[in-house]
Design a protein around this ligand. Sequence first.
Ligand code: MG
Length: 375
Amino acid sequence: MLRKLRLSSELPRARRYPELAHPYRNDFQRDRDRIIHSQAFRRLEGKTQVFAPGLCDHFRNRLTHTLEVAQVARTVATTLELNEEFTETLALAHDLGHPPFAHSGEIELNRIMRSYGEDFEHNAHALRIVDRLEQRYARFDGLNLTFEVREGMVKHSREIFASDESSLREFLPGLRPPLEAQLIDPADEIAYNTADLDDAFAAGVITSSEIAASVPRFAELIEQIEIQYPGASERVQFREVQRQLINDLVGGLAQGTINAVVSAGIETSHDVREHNARVAVLTADADALNKQLKTLLALRVYQAEALVLERKKAASMVSDVFEHLLQDPLLVSSGYREHLDETPPHRVICDYIAGMTDGYLVKTHSSLVRSAARR
Ligand code: MG
């Protein structure tokens, strides 16, 4: 297939602090294991994806979403004979930088940081976590990941240009990331579009017939399933269709990538980097399906009243906690307190809040507000 474009695990990979080779794990296996053992990775379990827990006890959280992205990305990587370990590592790392309460937390932290002339963005924050905030090694801060994994984390959903801030210039501005890294963004979209549809159906926010009205492929499949399994419940029929949608999209990503590589005349991994566009793309059919799902979710699910209310509440909790901590930055937990010597308090507070799970933010909020009321 695309074996000639595979990034090799066998060559030694550069780390900021040189390390000896491991006796039985290659560099990407080591990076994957460092990510899985990080605090930031464990905290993904307590972070909302779209639906906060409570309404239903089987919604995705950011950890289960991450596992679904890894599974989609690995399937495509192995189908195309690319580097599965490198792909898996990037997928497991792709959401490490998300703050509590999903995008509402991110928007609010970014709004606050902008008043200091800085910003908050989850991919940049993920790099900050693996380069600096994780404390597990005596010899260095962070996890000392390979250049390729750090580059893939920064570039999985954006390009880097020579005009970008100086801290990003080490990541080969102007060049596309390796093909494995290019798979992460479409795999993420496939995973969340289908999962959000599933969670929205489970929450009763949307019904099969509403989906069928705006997604022709869904309508076609549900009709087939109703004929094939007329006695099955609406829920099981929905899941039969949802599984087929995932197949369509994942197969569409593998095939679309092959088509793009062939039509661009790409022969080597160097060509992948030099090409003027990404080649990990969906076929036209799969892309249309993906966009229909995205539009439907944007209109019918993400704007649902319960979610909008939840987001407002989360944003105001983030800003309350930020303000309270700014009055007494020493209240951040001990691992972050050490950073106050060399980092401005607003950045330390931002790092601290971004690291919190939803539950810890709620708990911190109520204890800070309570102690302020006593003062
Ligand atoms: Mg994601």
